[in-house]
Ligand binder design. Structure first.
Ligand SMILES: C[S@@+](CC[C@H](N)C(=O)[O-])C[C@H]1O[C@@H](n2cnc3c(N)ncnc32)[C@H](O)[C@@H]1O
Length: 353
């Protein structure tokens, strides 16, 4: 798959490959995991034994950090997915709302479906002719998107998640809805997908990118499993784009993101502009990105309101510490959006034919 990266590196990637820069920009509070943009190319630069030893020990630390992160993510979703499903249903992602219109509780479920439809329409996925026949749902949760897309397009859909509880529940829901022959789920890592090259004509990642400790590997895996001409859709949490005069976020911004990372098992964040540059470095086509933060503004207040209902509170009290910590961090997401630090981004592209 790394053949995709043998193209000339953009100045952006060269910039990120400098240790001092990535060390400055890519810190995470509790997990020793870096963004990993271009880091693999650095090993070839180690010229002395000392450097090689330093590099292999930091690679080992990074590997351990990634395993810790994966376990944290799996445990977090194993523990919290049942509660989320009880209260919010089978979509574990933001809703898409009309800005400045007060949404009632019953609107939230349709706002989550609207998020899927708006994403497809933004990416220009055709509804009729040439509609997708094979889809991968990367970071599938309990399979809400997979089943929706399989039904909508009559397509075969395969979902992957780190959480065994989610994979099992996703499969059970598919069977209960008569979709067992259309969708399937497995526990697998998005950074090492269990699929051959060029398999899918729609590659879908709805709010999983923020969990990926190596954005370059993540994007390259999405591109690898995409068939020629396939559409790739990523909807993900980003930090704001940096201005030309900045080479990092402000310390107080980093501090807020680190608290969120800690609660939701996230590695370092990147911006939508970073994703666009990665896609460009892979020679992907029709790259588009948009900031949808204004369309998701009612979401977190609604989640907090639902947590404060009798059902929400009793479910939370019965849940474990990871879920409680996630609930306590919800106001931080609102703060991040209000400070224009957190951006809800959609980034789409097409693999060349
Ligand atoms: C917020 S949930 C989104 C679920 C789903 N896309 C939806 O919209 O309902 C994030 C999902 O990403 C998955 N995930 C995180 N890191 C992953 C990785 N490295 N490989 C596979 N899945 C991952 C989690 O297991 C979880 O299912």
């Amino acid at each position: 798959m790394n053949t995709l990266f043998r193209t000339t590196e953009s100045p952006f990637l060269q910039y990120l490959n400098q240790p001092s820069t990535s060390d400055r920009r890519r810190r995470i509070s509790s997990l020793p995991v870096r963004i990993g943009l271009g880091r693999s190319t650095r090993t070839g630069l180690a010229k002395t034994t000392t450097r090689m030893m330093a590099s292999s020990s930091s690679a080992a630390t990074e590997t351990v950090g990634r395993e810790v992160l994966k376990k944290g993510i799996a445990d977090f979703y194993d523990e919290s997915s049942g509660i989320w499903e009880d209260i919010w249903g089978d979509h574990m992602h933001h809703g898409f709302y009309n800005p400045d219109v007060q949404a009632s509780i019953s609107d939230h479920r349709s706002a989550q479906i609207r998020m899927i439809e708006e994403s497809l329409s933004f990416a220009g996925v055709p509804d009729s002719l040439k509609k997708p026949k094979s889809i991968v749902d990367v970071g599938c949760g309990i399979g809400g998107s997979s089943r929706y897309l399989a039904r909508k397009y009559g397509a075969q859909c395969q979902g992957i998640t780190l959480s065994p509880v989610q994979a099992q529940r996703a499969q059970a829901l598919a069977a209960a809805q008569g979709l067992a022959d259309k969708v399937s789920f497995q526990v697998a890592d998005a950074l090492q997908q269990p699929f051959p090259d060029g398999q899918f004509d729609l590659v879908w990642s709805m709010e999983s990118g923020e969990h990926m400790p190596d954005k370059k590997k993540f994007v390259s895996e999405l591109a690898r499993v995409a068939a020629p001409g396939a559409t790739i859709i990523m909807v993900t949490w980003c930090h704001r784009d940096l201005s030309p005069s900045e080479d990092s976020l402000k310390p107080e911004e980093e501090k807020l993101l680190n608290k969120i990372c800690d609660a939701y098992y996230l590695p370092a964040w990147c911006s939508a502009a970073d994703y666009v540059k990665l896609l460009q470095s892979l020679s992907l086509q029709d790259i588009k990105a948009a900031d949808w933060s204004q369309y998701v503004a009612p979401f977190w207040p609604a989640v907090i309101r639902s947590a404060l209902t009798w059902k929400g509170l009793t479910s939370l009290l019965r849940s474990g510490w990871k879920t409680m910590k996630g609930a306590l961090a919800m106001p931080l997401m609102i703060e991040g959006y209000q400070k224009d630090l957190i951006k809800f981004a959609i980034i789409t592209c097409r693999k060349p034919k």
